[in-house]
Design a protein around this ligand. Structure first.
Ligand SMILES: Cc1cc2nc3c(=O)[nH]c(=O)nc-3n(C[C@H](O)[C@H](O)[C@H](O)COP(=O)(O)O)c2cc1C
Length: 349
């Protein structure tokens, strides 16, 4: 579909005070938790889903080839409570991405997302990730192949450019080439990736953020859904950006301070229910750990995602230390012990 032809969807038309929001549908990407390698695995997503029913969750990037040729069940299994959940693929061979997307859809994922943002060497040598910003024709072929293979939405997560590309030109021409291939939703990490000389971590910190450029994209391509990612520190900022964007995606803030997710449904979706208490989340996670133990899941594979749960609260340090100290030797009661430690420490403060 050519850019600029469709009318804006209904949810874009309202002037959006929250009390009205209950009567309109929300954009499916209004609030997303970013894909994070070694972060948003299924245990992490289960945990995040206890905190927010509304956020859209993403897998870590999974290499398409590994899904097609490897143990798809191990790579793709997820808990039904995780919906809505998107599978993020890495790759650049249209037929392999199409096959992986189809397998992902069969597993029940709600969206297939293509990674055009990861700058690591491992990814560049396989010709995918951020370096694909330089080859929009190839990305369009990938999107078209995936779109033909699945009926769930195919989306793209990209940067604003790489290396010495002129970011305005790079982002607009990328989007204008890829959108007609069948991508209506672009999640834009609002900084360039520098492919030589910076580590992946530095590439998430050093290239400057340019939210204004992503906003110009949304203003100029109102028919497309544009989701802002990069440097959004909390829900106040998220709420402010939602005046201009279809959605926001938070990575490190959500992972490092997960309890902020507990306010998402109320603050960003106008839900009436109270935020889940820390105690209820900890107790549900303990039950999850006990169930997982029967399938050989080690408690620390789960609890490592929960180190920041008490961030900013009394007892946070004791909680973190208690969860970290036993590492792989932690038992299924690791969480209740850490909770008791945090509470006793908080009481003493
Ligand atoms: C540890 C870590 C792993 C990441 N892995 C991925 C990934 O697998 N796929 C991806 O598209 N982005 C990945 N990212 C980038 C994030 O999705 C996000 O774009 C970036 O962190 C900027 O958002 P933030 O400032 O809210 O963290 C990763 C980020 C971190 C911190």
């Amino acid at each position: 579909m050519a850019c600029g032809r469709r009318r804006p969807p209904l949810y874009m038309k309202r002037s959006s005070p929250l009390k009205e929001d209950r009567f309109v549908s929300f954009h499916p990407h209004r609030f997303c938790v970013a894909p994070m390698m070694d972060g948003t695995d299924r245990h992490c997503r289960y945990f995040h889903r206890l905190l927010t029913k509304r956020a859209r969750l993403y897998t870590e990037m999974i290499v398409a080839d590994a899904i097609v040729r490897g143990d798809a069940a191990r790579l793709l299994a997820f808990d039904p409570s995780e919906h809505p959940v998107a599978l993020q693929l890495g790759g650049s061979e249209p037929h392999v991405l199409a096959a992986a997307a189809r397998i992902g859809e069969d597993f029940g994922y709600d969206e297939i997302n293509l990674n055009v943002g990861c700058p690591s060497d491992r990814v560049q040598s396989g010709v995918f990730g951020a370096c694909l910003m330089k080859t929009p024709d190839l990305v369009a072929d990938c999107v078209a192949a995936m779109r033909a293979a699945v009926s769930v939405p195919v989306t793209v997560k990209c940067r604003i450019g790489v290396d010495d590309q002129e970011a305005d030109e790079a982002l607009f021409s990328f989007v204008d080439r890829v959108a007609p291939a069948g991508c209506e939703t672009f999640i834009v990490h609002a900084r360039k990736a520098w492919l030589k000389g910076l580590s992946p971590k530095e590439n998430r910190e050093i290239p400057p953020l340019d939210h204004a450029l992503v906003r110009r994209l949304k203003d100029a391509r109102g028919d497309l859904s544009v989701i802002l990612n990069g440097g959004i520190a909390g829900l106040d900022e998220a709420q402010a950006h939602l005046r201009h964007f279809d959605g926001v995606m938070l990575g490190r803030a959500a992972y490092d301070h997960p309890y902020l997710l507990a306010d998402v449904d109320r603050r960003l979706f106008g839900d009436a229910e109270r935020a889940p208490s820390l105690e209820s989340v900890v107790s549900a996670m303990e039950a999850y750990i006990r169930r997982g133990a029967r399938d050989g899941v080690k408690p620390h594979h789960v609890t490592r995602h929960m180190l920041g749960l008490f961030h900013g609260r009394p007892g946070a340090r004791r909680w973190r230390r208690s969860l970290s100290e036993k590492g792989a030797a932690a038992g299924p009661d690791a969480l209740s012990r850490a909770m008791a430690a945090a509470i006793s420490c908080a009481a003493a403060e």
